[in-house]
Ligand binder design. Structure first.
Ligand code: CUA
Length: 180
């Protein structure tokens, strides 16, 4: 079975190179397809935040968490991912409208995904994780932590309540919450 001369060796190597080239092309095509048609991309936002003080001042203080509609009409949900819960554990967002989700962690690395959507990111202490999306369907979507973060990891679960645009009614401060 041993290759008898150099021509055999070259032929074999070229065959392997072609096969591997095909595999690489296939993987790149899959990545491109997911990016262009399903809007699945690696997060590109780089924004630092001090995990030790994020609850004391600024964007991620408790009173600021949850969904808020800004004066410009932008819908932003701010969520803290912490051992072993999301704060708040439920957010309301409108369907068929561009929304932004922003996450920060005060302790360890968490990961979130919203089931059935393209929302999927790590939440790394020291950084704000930001995802833009548009929900196409309404209903209660589960948002589990998908990065092992300690003994309570499997209990770490949030919800995103996607409501029809006409049922998304912010209060005077632009806030919408699951409790209301
Ligand atoms: Cu948080 Cu796993």
């Amino acid at each position: 079975m041993a290759a008898t001369d150099e021509a055999d060796v070259v032929r074999t190597e070229l065959r392997w190179a072609a096969a591997m080239g095909g595999v690489v092309t296939l993987i790149f095509a899959a990545i491109l397809y997911a990016a262009l048609t399903m809007h699945i991309n690696p997060p590109s936002n780089i924004e630092v935040i001090d995990p030790k003080t994020l609850h004391l001042s600024g964007e991620f203080t408790e009173s600021n968490l949850g969904t808020r509609v800004g004066a410009d009409g932008a819908v932003v949900a701010r969520i803290v991912a912490t051992q072993f819960m999301f704060v708040p554990d439920c957010v309301v967002l409108p369907a068929e409208r561009k929304v932004t989700l922003r996450f920060a962690s005060p302790d360890v690395m968490h990961g979130i995904l919203v089931t059935g959507t393209n929302v999927n990111t790590m939440v790394v202490p020291g950084y704000v994780s930001q995802v833009h999306t548009m929900f196409r369907t309404t209903g209660e979507l589960l948002m589990p932590c998908h990065e092992y973060c300690g003994f309570g990891h499997s209990q770490m679960l949030g919800r995103v309540r996607v409501v029809p645009p006409d049922q998304f009614r912010p209060d005077a401060d632009g806030r919408v919450s699951c409790g209301a």
